[in-house]
Design a protein around this ligand. Structure first.
Ligand SMILES: [Zn+2]
Length: 225
């Protein structure tokens, strides 16, 4: 049974977080409080609970946004798109292969070959998206996976849908075949720590955090080397 939580990271944005076993991965359903369309970020393994959470709130997804292609973040793509056919799937250009390759997305190593439908749109650094009334900017942040991106939602405060880059007092693993600690640390310092201290990060695992907290307390990537 997934754990479903409602979050309000900023007054202008409502978020439903669905935490799936077995990796405690977070899918996020993001919408404006005054609208019924939404985006689904990183649909994980427990798709029944995710779909129920969307339907119970009267929401309709406009797109699936993927921070990266690891299997725990893409496992729900098929089921969500079966429920809402035609919905586009967006992923960072250099992680597109992981959607259709169970070795690349690490699921084959666990003995369960997970795939997703191929991507409908490949994202690059700086891309601007306007989905469900949400102004989102794409930032490429490699290091946990080569094609990892984060989605930056403009507002007060700014909200970052961060995937497996920056966690509450932690960072994403960099020991995978296309991982690289130096790229990850450089990206966090130059791209994420550049945001104001009240910027909220909703990570792929663990509790929400802020840029201000991580600049001071992150033991892996201090604000100054
Ligand atoms: Zn990952």
């Amino acid at each position: 049974m997934a754990t479903v939580s409602s979050l309000t990271p900023a007054p202008s944005v409502a978020v439903v977080r669905v935490e799936s076993a077995p990796f405690a991965e977070h899918a996020y359903v993001v919408h404006r409080p005054d609208r019924s369309d939404c985006v689904v970020v990183d649909p994980g393994f427990e798709t029944g609970d995710l779909i129920d959470a969307i339907v119970e709130r009267g929401l309709t997804p406009a797109a699936i946004l993927l921070t990266h292609g690891h299997s725990d973040h893409i496992a729900g793509c098929h089921a969500v798109r079966r429920r809402w056919p035609g919905m586009p799937i967006l992923v960072g250009r250099d992680d597109a292969d992981k959607l259709v390759d169970a070795v690349a997305n690490l699921s084959a190593a666990f003995g369960v070959a997970i795939t997703a439908p191929p991507a409908d749109r490949l994202l690059d650094d700086g891309d601007q998206l306007d989905l469900a009334g949400l102004p989102l900017t794409v930032i490429a942040l490699p290091g946990h996976s080569r094609g990892h991106v984060v989605f930056v939602l403009a507002g007060h405060p700014i909200v970052v849908l961060g995937g497996d880059v920056l966690f509450h007092e932690g960072i994403g693993r960099t020991d995978f075949p296309d991982g690289d600690f130096t790229s990850l640390a450089t990206g966090i310092r130059s791209r994420l720590y550049a945001f104001g201290p009240d910027t909220v990060v909703l990570p792929g695992h663990g509790p929400p955090t802020t840029i201000g907290h991580e600049r001071i307390h992150n033991p892996f990537v201090p604000a100054v080397d």
